[in-house]
Design a protein around this ligand. Structure first.
Ligand code: ADP
Length: 253
């Protein structure tokens, strides 16, 4: 990997929780290049969410470091925006537009309120929500729409990396497929570096340029794959089944 293009570098990362005592992650090492779409898969409890939280700076590692553009992560910041699985991650008392505007204001981005408004609207349109939804409140939106707003809110920060923790995990299968296609389009358009946690092998294969497989007890890297499937990736590609089997057998161990 070209060292100049390394966006995120995770070195000897370990996390031990004390209550209850769990070695959630042990000696995790990986790099993410600028513009990569890295999917992280692994069985429940292998430390996928912990990995994202450490990168986000929500928690401190027991050992090891996270470097973003060569700078050590020590706390949360708008350069690492997170989208969660939870369909209640929006502020329920704020409209769609104000949900996207709020973090821009708090972080004093884009110099003035008119610019912030333009940026917020641009990102809502990017995720497919037209102006009719600007004044809607979260309770008036479907689950898929709420996740679109959460993605717009994260992208509007223009983060260096977009962290996504099973963002489509609570969405029905059909809506989920649509959201996956749109996320890929947005990734191509914005060329963002994305880390996307899922426990769904197909989802990782459809989205990721690379796939990091974690194993459990303790959480550790089993293998990192370059996705061999050409775009657009379709489940009917005979190579899809082969790659799926490789990942499945690795996860079964
Ligand atoms: P995954 O996202 O892969 O399901 P997690 O990162 O949520 O895994 O959890 C990894 C391990 O760490 C699990 O054993 C989990 O119970 C434990 N864990 C996660 N968060 C905490 C916490 N705040 N306190 C104690 N243990 C935790």
């Amino acid at each position: 990997m070209d060292a100049n293009r390394v966006k995120l570098k995770v070195t000897n990362l370990s996390k031990r929780y004390l209550e209850p005592p769990v070695q959630a992650l042990k000696d995790i090492n990986f790099e993410v290049s600028d513009g990569d779409f890295l999917c992280i898969i692994g069985p429940s409890g292998c430390g996928k969410s912990t990995t994202l939280r450490l990168i986000a700076g929500f928690e401190e590692p027991t050992e090891g470091t996270v470097l973003l553009d060569g700078k050590r992560v020590r706390e949360p910041g708008p350069d690492r925006a997170m989208v969660f699985q939870d369909l209640n991650q929006l502020f329920p008392w704020k409209t769609t537009l104000k949900n996207v505007l709020y973090p821009l204001k708090v972080n004093r981005l884009y110099s003035n309120s008119q610019n912030r408004m333009e940026v917020a609207k641009k990102h809502l349109r990017m995720v497919g929500l037209d102006e009719n939804f600007d004044a809607a409140f979260p309770h008036q939106l479907s689950g898929g729409m709420k996740q679109r707003v959460a993605i717009a809110r994260a992208l509007a920060l223009d983060p260096k990396v977009l962290l996504m923790d099973e963002p489509f995990g609570s969405i029905d299968a059909q809506t989920r497929t649509g959201l996956q296609v749109e996320l890929l389009k947005i990734w191509e358009e914005t060329q963002k570096t994305i880390l996307f946690v899922t426990h769904n092998i197909e989802e990782a294969m459809l989205l990721g340029t690379r796939i990091l497989v974690l194993g459990t007890n303790p959480g550790r890297v089993l293998q990192v794959f370059d996705n061999p499937l050409p775009q657009p990736r379709v489940a009917t590609d005979p190579n899809f089944g082969k790659f799926w089997e490789t990942l499945y057998n690795l996860l079964k161990q």
